[in-house]
Design a protein around this ligand. Structure first.
Ligand code: ACO
Length: 372
C-alpha cells in the first residue's frame, strides 16, 4: 500500500548523488561539497558550471580556457534561427527554450565528435542566444548576432537583451543568481532529466523534458508568478491586505514553501540582499518593501518562508529583465545541474521505473459495445 507521505515521492530516497546536498543536517546546500554561501560570495557562474559538469573547481588557466570555449559556442545554426523565427510571437519563452533545445538536437546530435560534455557546454553557451534571437526578431524585427565578447554568461545575457554591455552591479547580480539556480539535487526537473536519461536516449531529449518540468508554477515558473503578484501592490499595506485575502481564500502564494526545506531556503537570504542592493541603487524600493511585507505576513500567518524564486523576481525586474524571461534565465543556469545529473545517471544507470498503488476497479467482464 502506498502511504500518504509517498504522495509526490515526498521523503523518498530515489537514488544516490555526489553532486549536491539539499537541507542535509550539518551540510545545508552544497555543490560537490562547497557551500552555496561560499560559492555565491567568492565564485562565478562559469566556475560553478565547470565544477558541476567536470566534478572539480577549475584552476585559473582552466577557467580562462573554459570561458573562451563557451564564448566560441554562442552562435546559432541558420536552421535553428529559421525555426526561432517561425515560433509565434505570442509563445511563452519557456516553449521557445524547449523547442530550441529539441531543434538543436536534430542539427547537432550527440554522437561521435560531439560527446555529452560537448553537448552540455554547447547548451550552456547558447541558451541565452536562442531566447534573445527569438525575442528581438519578434519584438523589433531584428536578426541579432548572438555572439558577444563578454566573458561571462551573465554579461552576455544582459548584453544581448539590452543591446549594450551591462554595468557591473547588474552583471554581478545576475551572475550570483545563476550560481544560486544552477543545481538543487532531485528537484522535479532534474529528476525528470534523470528518468529520461535512464531509458538511454540522447542528451537533448533529457534536457528538453527537463525544461518542460521546470516551466510549471510549482517549480521554476514560480519566479514569474511572484512578479505578477508583487507588481499588483502599490504599497506594503496594500500587499498585506491582498495577501491576507489570498490566504483566507486558501490560495497559494508563489515563492513560498519548499518540499525539502522546512525552516528556510539558504538561497533566499543571498538573493534578498541583492534585491535590496539593486532597489537602493535604483532609488526605487517599492517592490522590495512590498516583498518584505509579504514575507512578514507569510511567516506570521502561515509559518512559511520565501524560497529562491521570491526575491529573484524583484531582483530580475530591477535588472530590466522582462517577467516572461525569468524562468528561461533559470534554464540558462540549471542546464549545468541537469548536465551533471545526466552524466552521473549514465555512469551508473538503472532504468527508473517505480510501481503504482492500484486504486481502480476490480477485474470485470468486458461489455461489448452494443450492450453498453
Ligand atoms: N502558499 C500557501 N500555502 C502553502 C504554500 C504557499 N506557497 N506552500 C505550501 N503551503 C501550504 C499547503 O497548502 C499545505 O497546507 P495544508 O497542510 O493545510 O494542506 C502545507 O503548506 C504543506 O504544503 P505542501 O503542498 O504539502 O508542500 P509540498 O511539499 O507538496 O509543495 C511547493 C512544495 C510545491 C514548493 C509548495 O510549497 C508551493 O506550491 N509553493 C509555491 C510555488 C513555489 O514557490 N514553487 C517554487 C519552488 S522552489 C524552486 O523551484 C526554485
Amino acid at each position: 500500500m502506498a502511504t500518504d507521505n509517498a504522495a509526490g515521492l515526498a521523503g523518498v530516497i530515489a537514488g544516490q548523488t555526489a553532486i549536491a546536498t539539499v537541507g542535509k543536517q550539518g551540510k545545508g546546500l552544497t555543490y560537490r561539497g562547497y557551500s552555496i554561501h561560499d560559492l555565491a560570495e567568492h565564485s562565478n557562474f562559469e566556475e560553478v558550471a565547470y565544477l558541476l559538469i567536470y566534478g572539480r573547481l577549475p584552476k585559473q588557466a582552466e577557467l580562462l580556457e573554459y570561458r573562451t570555449k563557451l564564448r566560441g559556442q554562442r552562435g546559432l545554426p541558420a536552421a535553428l534561427k529559421s525555426v526561432l523565427e517561425q515560433i509565434p510571437r505570442s509563445t511563452h519563452p519557456m516553449d521557445v527554450m524547449r523547442t530550441g533545445c529539441s531543434m538543436l538536437g536534430t542539427l547537432e546530435p550527440e554522437g561521435p565528435g560531439h560527446d555529452q560534455f560537448a553537448v552540455a557546454n554547447r547548451l550552456t553557451a547558447c541558451f541565452s542566444g536562442m531566447l534573445l534571437y527569438w525575442h528581438h526578431f519578434h519584438a523589433g524585427g531584428k536578426r541579432i548576432d548572438t555572439e558577444t565578447d563578454d566573458d561571462t554568461t551573465a554579461g552576455h545575457f544582459l548584453h544581448l537583451l539590452h543591446g549594450k554591455k551591462p554595468d557591473e552591479l547588474h552583471r554581478r547580480a545576475i551572475d550570483v543568481s545563476l550560481i544560486l539556480y544552477a543545481e538543487h539535487e532531485f528537484n522535479a526537473s532534474t529528476f525528470t532529466a534523470r528518468t529520461i536519461t535512464s531509458t538511454l536516449p540522447d542528451f537533448f531529449s533529457a534536457v528538453t523534458g527537463a525544461i518542460g518540468a521546470l516551466r510549471g508554477p510549482l517549480h521554476g515558473g514560480a519566479n514569474e508568478a511572484v512578479m505578477e503578484l508583487i507588481e499588483k501592490f502599490p504599497t506594503p499595506d496594500a500587499a498585506e491586505r491582498g495577501v491576507l485575502e489570498m490566504i483566507a481564500a486558501k490560495k497559494l502564494i508563489m515563492g513560498f514553501g519548499h518540499r525539502v526545506y522546512k525552516i528556510s531556503d539558504p538561497r533566499s537570504d543571498v538573493i534578498k540582499a541583492w534585491s535590496k542592493k539593486l532597489a537602493e541603487a535604483h532609488g526605487d524600493e517599492r517592490l522590495y518593501r512590498v516583498s518584505e511585507r509579504i514575507e512578514q505576513v507569510m511567516r506570521r500567518e502561515k509559518n512559511l518562508f520565501p524560497n529562491l524564486d521570491f526575491y529573484s523576481a524583484s531582483a530580475y525586474h530591477l535588472c530590466g529583465i522582462p517577467t516572461a524571461m525569468f524562468t528561461p534565465l533559470f534554464v540558462v543556469s540549471r542546464i549545468t545541474g541537469w548536465a551533471a545529473h545526466i552524466i552521473e545517471q549514465r555512469a551508473d544507470n538503472r532504468l527508473i521505473r517505480p510501481n503504482a498503488d492500484y486504486i481502480g476497479p476490480e477485474p470485470r467482464p468486458f461489455v461489448p459495445i452494443a450492450n453498453r
